[in-house]
Write a protein that binds this ligand. Structure first.
Ligand SMILES: [Zn+2]
Length: 431
């Protein structure tokens, strides 16, 4: 792979610190050097790109997604969270096909790359279709194979996930982990089996916890403890774990989380489905908070910047304007890299070259007093001029590196199939 020399960058690192006039040398998908006056080796094949005026930052991550659900975007609107699952999405999903999953994921990958997402954590079944979509799009994916285990036996659903985990063990673009759905669908015994399997295989978990206040109440009635306590007792937080939501986390839950437990916060979904302003907004500094989207079926977009902006704005709304400073919200946006283990997220030699190139000299962001404020409160995907993943441009001068035509055509064709087949009967119940 030819080298790329990025000259005269303004760098914004993962902490929000900004420096000017630096060069980055990219070789073999990673940052090989950072400094002033760098050059390619004599005779070295490569491109030199003048980044004067641009701001270069680590890529964004989405720590909780259901990428195939792009195929269902806009299908269930103006309903509450219970009806969204029980009367709309799950009945439609009961008839979903493998190719729907693939094209939904392809469409999602396209939108994510446009929004500057260089790696995402997904939760769905048929992970092999998501892996295929991610690799063809050139985005990194950490895919949790969903396990429901309605009859209490997770083995039949775990086997293909374990197989996929072995298949992608050394892949720099795709990681696989187990995805027990949640403590309200999986029994404590099932959670325990999956945590043990993750430990044994050197993998991790990704599950939904305390998404609504009603779930916490139900769990207390059924088990005498919160969903976080149920998951903790099963050993879920003793392995690398991504928690989707944790919106209704309680004070007593905080001590149960491990060092390698990350919470994916998806405020647009909470607002849209009426899930409430949960206590996560009051204890976010005490957990490893990251940004998720929950997928486009509930969030309509997969834009981490929009989610981070809503997180800060909802937090500030009731006389707490000073409690969500821009620089700390930026750290929430960039923290997901730590959970994913792709070696990305820092602007230092050795780190993966997963980078965003921001043009902030535009009508929606100028004049520029504070680049982080411009990004967080005014920025849009059009300000991300280039996106680099593993040293390769996946978006360049505002255009994705692959042809979007077939992706849009196939997504539209599969969406027609979904409405033609209609709703089936789902085994799942949300509440
Ligand atoms: Zn979810």
């Amino acid at each position: 792979m030819p080298a790329t020399l990025l000259k005269n960058c303004n760098l914004i690192d993962e902490t929000g610190a900004i420096t000017s006039g630096e060069d980055l040398l990219i070789r073999e998908g990673a940052i090989a050097a950072r400094g002033k006056g760098l050059s390619l080796d004599p005779g070295e094949a490569g491109e030199t790109l003048d980044c004067g005026g641009l701001f270069v930052s680590p890529g964004f991550t989405i720590l909780h997604a259901h990428s195939p659900m792009h195929i269902l975007r806009g299908l269930a609107e103006d309903v509450n969270v219970n009806d969204w699952f029980n009367r709309e999405i799950w009945p439609y999903e009961s008839k979903i096909l493998e190719e729907d999953i693939y094209w939904g994921a392809r469409l999602c990958c396209a939108e994510m790359l446009d929004h500057g997402v260089t790696a995402f954590a997904d939760h769905y079944f048929h992970g092999e279709q998501i892996a295929r979509a991610a690799k063809e799009s050139g985005i990194r994916a950490d895919i949790a194979g969903t396990v429901f285990a309605f009859d209490g036996n997770p083995e039949p659903e775990m086997a293909p996930v374990a197989e996929l985990m072995d298949q992608y063990r050394d892949d720099p673009m795709v990681h696989i982990r187990f995805g027990p759905h949640s403590p309200y669908i999986c029994s404590p015994k099932v959670l325990e089996t999956l945590a043990a399997a993750a430990r044994e295989k050197g993998g991790g978990l990704h599950l939904h916890v305390s998404e609504t206040a009603a779930q916490v109440e139900e769990s207390r009635k059924k088990y005498g403890k919160t969903p976080f306590a149920v998951a903790a007792e099963a050993g879920c937080f003793t392995v690398p774990c991504i928690v989707a939501h944790g919106l209704w986390i309680e004070e007593e839950d905080l001590a149960l989380l491990g060092e390698d437990t990350y919470i994916a916060h998806c405020p647009k979904t909470y607002m849209k489905l009426g899930a409430g302003r949960g206590p996560i907004w009051d204890c976010w500094r005490k957990v490893n908070l990251c940004i998720g989207t929950d997928g486009a079926a509930s969030s309509n977009t997969v834009d981490p910047l929009e989610q981070a902006r809503l997180f800060a704005l909802v937090g500030k709304m009731e006389d707490r304007a000073e409690d969500f400073p821009i620089r700390e919200v930026w750290q929430v946006l960039t923290r997901g890299h730590r959970a994913l283990g792709f070696g990305s997220g820092k602007l230092v030699p050795g780190a993966a070259a997963d980078l965003l190139f921001w043009d902030l000299n535009t009508p929606n962001t100028a004049p520029l007093y504070d680049p982080l404020a411009a990004i967080l409160y005014s920025g849009e995907s059009r300000n991300i001029r280039h996106v680099m993943v593993a040293g390769e441009f996946r978006k360049r001068d505002g255009r994705l590196a692959f042809d979007l035509g077939p992706v849009l055509e196939n997504a539209a064709r599969h969406a027609r199939g979904i409405t033609t087949r209609g709703k089936g009967v789902s085994k799942l119940h949300f509440g």
